[in-house]
Design a binder for this molecule. Structure first.
Ligand code: ZN
Length: 242
């Protein structure tokens, strides 16, 4: 099975379309989304509809749940909060019902998905280093778990001696002896200093995972954010990738 796994679209339609175009060349069997379809960007409805039409599984992100009042706005900074409030007014009952239906985790024979961490997934903690990864590794009953939320692509592995590595490379071939956590990065608001949209491919037969980047029209996405009256910083950071 060749899986397309992506996260943190954040209402950025330009980035989502560029990622979907890239996936077309990859012979994908199944699309999986790890949450945060909305928030920050200018096209929440279009992004929900597109992801919904493509992905067989969509997990909940903190912005998705906050938009439908399942997660408190007090956990967000003021720019994020204004974007969520702006987004709420645009959502139809259908969009709201869809966001409300999203589950925190997903598991099949090949993988686990969660937006933040497997321990207390409803708290949406950031899996940002090897130390925090430990608890999620401990709870894994599959070889590999895919996460998002930090907007920083990263592969972690844990070997038989319980040592955890933060890999520098963006691709790995899985060894049965190890466990892996893969942060797939963000489609719509990368924060690792590279403004290109981030997306992941997992080939469960070949045992290969790759995190890829694609250029998209970030200036158009930035312009729309400013035109809609959303905080200017949310547009500017797309150009910087931070
Ligand atoms: Zn996010």
């Amino acid at each position: 099975m060749r899986y397309a796994i992506f996260s943190d679209v954040h209402s950025n339609l330009e980035a989502l379309e560029a990622v979907m175009d890239s996936y077309k060349k990859e012979g994908i069997d199944k699309y999986l989304c790890i949450g945060d379809l909305i928030g920050y960007g200018a096209n929440p409805r279009e992004c929900i509809e597109k992801v919904r039409s493509i992905a067989s599984v969509v997990c909940a992100g903190n912005h998705d749940w906050a938009a439908v009042r399942l997660f408190s706005l007090e956990y967000f900074n003021s720019d994020a909060r204004s974007a969520i409030l702006w987004t709420r007014h645009l959502l139809s009952q259908g969009h709201q019902g869809f966001l409300e239906s999203l589950k925190l985790t997903f598991k099949n024979e090949d993988l686990i998905l969660v937006h933040g961490t497997l321990n207390n997934p409803h708290e949406f903690n950031y899996l940002s280093d090897a130390y925090i990864a430990e608890e999620t590794f401990r709870l894994m009953d599959r070889n590999v778990c895919f996460v998002g939320h930090t907007h920083q692509p990263q592969i972690f592995s844990k070997d038989q001696n319980e040592r955890i590595y933060a890999h520098k490379e963006a691709a790995v071939t899985l060894s049965n002896a190890n466990k892996y956590i893969v942060n797939v990065g963000s489609v719509g608001q990368p924060r690792d200093g590279d403004p290109h949209a981030s997306y992941c491919i997992y080939d469960s037969k070949e045992r290969e995972i790759q995190i890829k980047r694609v250029k998209y029209n970030a200036e158009a996405a930035r312009k729309k954010i400013i035109e809609k009256g959303l905080p200017k910083f949310l547009g500017d950071r797309l150009i910087a990738g931070r």
